[in-house]
Design a protein around this ligand. Sequence first.
Ligand code: ATP
Length: 148
Amino acid sequence: TDVDVPSLLKRVYKEFKMIDKKHAYSIHNIPEFHGFIDEKLILQAVRAIIENSIKYTPKNKQITISCEKGKSHFKIIVSDEGIGIPKKHIPKLFNRFYRVDEARTKDTGGNGLGLSIVKSIVDIHNGNIFIDSEVNKGTTVTLKLPIQ
Ligand code: ATP
């Protein structure tokens, strides 16, 4: 359906800012537009991405939500200042049950399903997901979705 994407992102931002006091949240670059998306599913995807940032970002570091609008597509971008993901793992992250390394992930919980679900949500929208990461610097997850 026709969704006011910026107001959806502002809602998510407020929600996490309120429930997660361990990280600093910021939101910026939010253009005004509507996208034709399944609101519940996109909300679920964005929440799952932010929940990963929370798990893999040290206390007091920043989690940022931003948005870009092009002619036919828009992007939802979540970046964190967390532990990052070694490059060789990035292509496999969308496989079900894939987790980067038991040693580093064992105390955070999770089953490696999060990103595979996000990928399916993006796929049914005919969109794309990109992950860019640098170890010890942080991770940026971009959802690219058609406006129509
Ligand atoms: P869950 O199913 O609860 O989300 P998960 O976090 O193990 O569990 P995914 O969301 O699929 O599963 O993520 C897969 C792996 O990618 C994680 O185990 C983690 O190692 C890595 N990862 C995902 N997001 C980040 C991030 N923002 N920073 C660092 N590593 C990440």
